[in-house]
Write a protein that binds this ligand. Structure first.
Ligand code: ARG
Length: 377
């Protein structure tokens, strides 16, 4: 039986939100080492080469905060779906590689890219995340049954063989000074090669006709190229920031509403043309407020810039991590209604409020927010 109901529709980061996926912390791993991710946290029980479940008490607290976030969203009239975790501690393999464990399904944003009536399962570029789409299949199958216009897509699964990664890149990177590491970002020297398209969905910021794609360790040039060809009715802008070994746009550039974006002030944009494009179209890029933390939280691979990892409920309403007092004050003074959401216990599971969600439905259609384009960009 098919119905005529539109389930999937979302063109940007700020139209009125009606339906969203919120991840789960269940069974999240400090993943087994692989070329793209090697954790080395001896002070917290995970020295290089070891792996295992994140501590149970952390998982319980993270799930409490995620459940509370769901309640807040529901009280605002947003329908919430949740993924179905699989056993992430199991080893996985393809004909090309064997990987000691999977990762988790807290950050659906990393995996699912919604553009209009389409959802794409991203290629992902970690072996530990290659099978993560399975957690979302029950939802995607249901949307496909219920919504005759839903375009369910999956990008070509990358092989992620040893040819996809530069040999010993991590060892070389770790031996560099801070300045030298920054130079790798300027030189666009990341662990991934250009053998095949790779991208994480969280590297894409959506603004109607314009899609901003963050060139990172997780999204290579071939990935940008694949997305450019796939979204031939959109304008694709490759953007770069001063974030060595970086990934995911939502801790470097946050699109808040037409005409306003936040950026992490130490991660300057490396593409002057990005600034020019925003300026030409009367968009303001504001430096985000000072984050509450000054380093990485225990067992977390996400930086303090998760402070700006916010979720818009509509153009005027923004969910912010409750510990980010300065960020809340700044957004308040920019005219937003700020909803504080306690979320710090979730960060180690893969991110902040934007990472922890994936859009299913926002009202609205595809609009042009950057009508004045810049030649050759
Ligand atoms: N690389 C980012 C940082 O640490 C993490 C962004 C997390 N975003 C996400 N969608 N998982 O600043």
């Amino acid at each position: 039986m098919t119905s005529n109901k539109t389930i999937v529709n979302s063109w940007n980061e700020w139209d009125p939100l009606k339906h969203i996926i919120v991840g789960r912390a269940d069974g999240t791993m400090v993943q087994a080492p692989e070329p793209a991710a090697e954790r080395d946290w001896p002070e917290h029980g995970f020295p290089l080469g070891t792996y295992g479940l994140l501590p149970e008490e952390m998982e319980v607290r993270a799930n409490e905060q995620l459940d509370n976030f769901v309640k807040i969203l529901e009280s605002r009239g947003v329908r919430v779906d949740r993924p179905t975790p699989v056993d992430f501690s199991q080893p996985v393999q393809t004909p090309d590689w064997k990987q000691g464990s999977m990762f988790g399904c807290m950050p659906p944003r990393d995996l699912l890219l919604t553009v209009g009536n389409e959802m794409i399962e991203a290629t992902m570029s970690y072996r530990s995340r290659w099978f993560e789409y399975l957690c979302y299949r029950p939802l995607l199958e249901q949307y496909f049954k219920d919504d005759p216009n839903f375009r369910w897509e999956a990008a070509p699964k990358p092989r992620l063989s040893d040819r996809t990664y530069k040999k010993d890149w991590n060892i070389k990177f770790n031996a560099l000074s801070k300045e030298e590491q920054e130079q790798t970002a300027r030189d666009e020297d990341f662990i991934t090669t250009e053998v095949e398209p790779c991208f994480d969905a969280a590297d894409i910021g959506r603004a109607g006709k314009d899609l901003f794609i963050y060139r990172t360790a997780t999204t290579n040039r071939a990935g940008v190229d694949w997305l450019t060809r796939h979204f031939s009715n959109h304008r694709i802008h490759m953007v770069r920031f001063l974030e060595p070994a970086g990934s995911h746009i939502d801790a470097s550039l946050t699109l808040l509403r037409p005409g306003l974006a936040l950026s992490s002030y130490e991660r300057v944009p490396l593409e002057p043309r990005m600034k020019e494009l925003f300026k030409k179209n009367d968009w303001e890029i504001v430096d985000c407020a000072e984050p509450s933390a000054d380093g990485y939280a225990p067992l977390s691979f996400c930086s303090r810039w998760l402070s700006m990892n916010t979720l818009m409920l509509d153009e005027k309403t923004v969910c912010v991590d409750a510990k980010e007092v300065k960020q809340m004050e700044q957004l308040d003074s920019l005219g937003f209604e700020v909803i504080p959401v306690p979320f710090s216990d979730v960060n180690a599971f893969g991110g902040g409020l934007h990472c922890a969600t994936a859009d299913v439905y926002r009202e609205g259609s595809c609009q042009d927010y950057f009508p004045k384009q810049i030649q050759g960009y």
